[in-house]
Design a protein around this ligand. Structure first.
Ligand code: ADP
Ligand code: MG
Length: 252
């Protein structure tokens, strides 16, 4: 089953095309890495799927629900608010800069949406939060505030917060780019273990070795388009498009 299906996605800012007809699908349990130079539209693409940006054309479906389509007159039509809410719950997002609520402790960061969006009891939400914190190796940080944590710990809290809503797919936007190199590994290990549990994921990353190791499929984006797509070993070891080759050469 397709967890995500994106067709001919278009998005521009101030008349400037940023996504120029992006199409791809994501199967249940699949890990898709997205690589590409800065400014190629990777974040915008994730933000469109997560309803943080509206689209200018194309269609997006999540778990069988049509979130947005475009008709033959090029009119973009979003689904009703119940469907949009459903879709939002199906997609979790982890940001480069963690985006934790600074005025809430770790526990509250993880329980807030469970209580207010999923309508769980406080007790149930806290149990879920504590289990996830344990899984992230952060049991003892439940009452700490984000500013008292390292970047790596904050990012693990933000992963726990996303997982608490039991999403069908988790999207990571350069989850290690704001971290010191010695903290990058701890986040990559968390994502790796989620991949082993068959969590469906889209990972935008500059960590090429990591993308090669954990992905089922890799997409290379440049200038708002998917230039090349393939299995990690094929794409990294034997890129076909000259733009892919040139990009990967920077990491060689
Ligand atoms: P990437 O994540 O691949 O680095 P982005 O999706 O962040 O690329 O950006 C793609 C292009 O869209 C860039 O040229 C960027 O400046 C532009 N862009 C992104 N967000 C906005 C915005 N909110 N307003 C105007 N331009 C934007
Ligand atoms: Mg980005």
């Amino acid at each position: 089953m397709h967890i995500i299906s994106v067709e001919n996605l278009e998005k521009g800012f101030d008349g400037l095309g940023v996504l120029k007809g992006i199409s791809f699908t994501l199967q249940k349990g699949e890990v898709l890495s997205i690589i590409g130079p800065s400014g190629s539209g990777k974040s915008t693409m994730l933000r469109c799927i997560n309803q943080l940006e509206t689209i200018d054309g194309g269609s997006i479906s999540v778990c069988g629900d049509t979130m947005v389509t475009t008709n033959s007159q090029h009119m973009v039509q979003y689904a009703g608010k119940d469907t949009l809410k459903n879709v939002r719950l199906h997609c979790g997002m982890v940001f480069q800069n963690f985006n934790l609520f600074p005025h809430m402790n770790v526990l509250k960061n993880i329980t807030e949406a469970q209580v207010f969006v999923l309508k769980k009891s406080k007790q149930e939400a806290e149990e879920t939060a504590r289990n996830l914190l344990k899984k992230m190796g952060l049991e003892e940080k439940a009452l700490a505030y984000p500013c008292q944590l390292s970047g790596g710990q904050q990012q693990r809290v933000s992963i726990a917060r996303a997982l608490a809503l039991k999403p069908e797919v988790l999207c990571f936007d350069e989850p290690t780019s704001a971290l010191d190199p010695e903290l990058t590994g701890e986040i990559l290990n968390v994502i790796k273990s989620l991949a082993q549990e068959k969590m469906t994921m889209i990972v935008v990353t500059h960590e090429m070795a990591f993308a090669r190791d954990i992905s089922d499929r890799v997409i290379f984006m440049d200038d708002g388009q998917i230039v090349e797509e393939g299995k990690p070993l094929d794409l990294f070891n034997n890129p076909q498009n000259p733009r892919t080759k040139k990009f990967l050469n920077h990491f060689a």
